[in-house]
Design a protein around this ligand. Structure first.
Ligand code: ZN
Length: 133
């Protein structure tokens, strides 16, 4: 089974975008009842995380804390000038794995899957690969 791709355009320099429903849709298309779902970010200035999706202020606080840790006005060597975004992407990580049970993507009650944009706005892809078993 080939991986599916979620494509979207981010709107801000930094934002968290809830992609949970789109990942669920990709899982549903496979008809797999039990297995593992990998969500993979193929970019170097964006990342994948899991966090609360009930209160949108949680995502904003995550971004605020990341900006305090790695301020944009810090001088780095990378000539493109977006080292803070590369560093944030490395800290957060580029992939997550999820359990699929009885056709349901198992997440905690308050959990959502987020694309973390750290150097937008840009066109972004996320790969979703489901392994049955
Ligand atoms: Zn760069």
């Amino acid at each position: 089974m080939i991986a599916s791709k979620i494509s979207l355009t981010t709107r801000m320099r930094s934002e968290l975008i809830d992609i949970t429903d789109r990942v669920r849709g990709a899982v549903d298309q496979t008809k797999v009842k039990d297995g593992i779902c990998y969500v993979v970010m193929p970019h170097t200035t964006a990342a994948i995380t899991v966090n609360e999706n009930a209160d949108p202020s949680v995502g904003r606080d995550v971004l605020k804390a990341m900006d305090r840790l790695i301020p944009w006005d810090t001088i780095f060597e990378h000539a493109e000038g977006n080292s803070p975004a590369h560093i944030k992407a490395s800290i957060v990580g580029s992939d997550k794995a999820f359990i699929i049970e009885n056709g349901i993507l198992k997440l905690g009650q308050w959990q959502g899957i987020f694309l973390c944009e750290f150097d937008g706005p840009r066109q972004r892809d996320v790969f979703v690969k489901v392994i049955e078993g």
